[in-house]
Design a protein around this ligand. Structure first.
Ligand SMILES: [Zn+2]
Length: 248
């Protein structure tokens, strides 16, 4: 069976001299691992189109036990990412996280749009990368079925509280007055970071990346989103460790 779909290469693994296996987040079928034989030959048209972070139109053959790339045509290479080590490290973390969270054999239009948009803004360099990373984490978790409930305090249902806390284990908000009723880990978020967290999961994609935050709010927002993600992934992601070492 032949599948024609757009997709972003989120991982590449070398096998033989000119061959590799690539992991693609496809629009129509979620995550696909496919052989790309001869793709490493310089003069092969598949070379660029099957490289890490290439967004391409793929023609993929689905055999009985494996997928293989028949042809691939580049649509976007995100070139500005490739000359900046920190941006590249962040992009690779977003790819690894997507590999953990995105579905298999299912339409992944939303995950793909989220990743492409985030990479676009990181490459462009006009928006705060720390904010982009945090938004991406929270939004990806939500798309993967880990959407927290950030509407109001879990107990008294108040919407705003200057002493609002987020409980990462349950993915809920609890206000300062009700906190004594809960015994899990709680992270102080206050009013502004509560707004940022809500924005990251409830806002439509076309307004998602408009968020701008002051330094204190960004620190809280960034910490909370990463903590929530790592807690529920329950796995050490090497690309996140690397990004945290080299980011300034
Ligand atoms: Zn309350």
């Amino acid at each position: 069976m032949i599948i024609i779909t757009d997709g972003l290469v989120i991982k590449e693994t070398n096998t033989k001299e000119n061959d590799k296996v690539i992991t693609i987040l496809t629009r129509d079928r979620g995550i696909i691992r496919a052989f790309a034989n001869n793709a490493k030959k310089i003069n092969n048209p598949k070379n660029n189109a099957t490289g890490l972070l290439a967004y391409s139109k793929f023609e993929i053959y689905k055999g009985r036990n494996a997928y293989s790339v028949n042809s691939a045509e580049v649509k976007e290479l995100f070139l500005p990412l490739r000359s900046d080590l920190t941006k590249m490290a962040l992009a690779q973390y977003l790819c690894e996280l997507t590999g953990e969270l995105a579905p298999r054999e299912e339409n992944s239009e939303e995950q793909l749009r989220l990743l492409l948009n985030t990479l676009y803004f990181i490459a462009k360099g006009e928006r705060c990368t720390r904010t982009l990373k945090a938004i991406f984490e929270m939004r990806s978790m939500s798309l993967a079925g880990y959407m927290p409930n950030l509407v109001c305090c879990d107990n008294c249902k108040c919407y705003e509280h200057e002493n609002m806390h987020f409980l990462p284990d349950n993915g809920i908000l609890v206000c300062g007055s009700c906190l004594k009723l809960y015994h899990q880990q709680a992270v102080f978020v206050g009013i502004n970071a509560t707004f940022a967290l809500r924005h990251s999961i409830y806002t439509e994609l076309n307004r998602l990346f408009t968020l701008t935050l002051d330094a204190d709010t960004l620190n809280i927002f960034e910490h909370t989103c990463e903590l929530y993600t790592i807690k529920h992934i329950d796995k050490q992601l090497k690309t996140l460790d690397f990004y945290k070492i080299i980011r300034t």
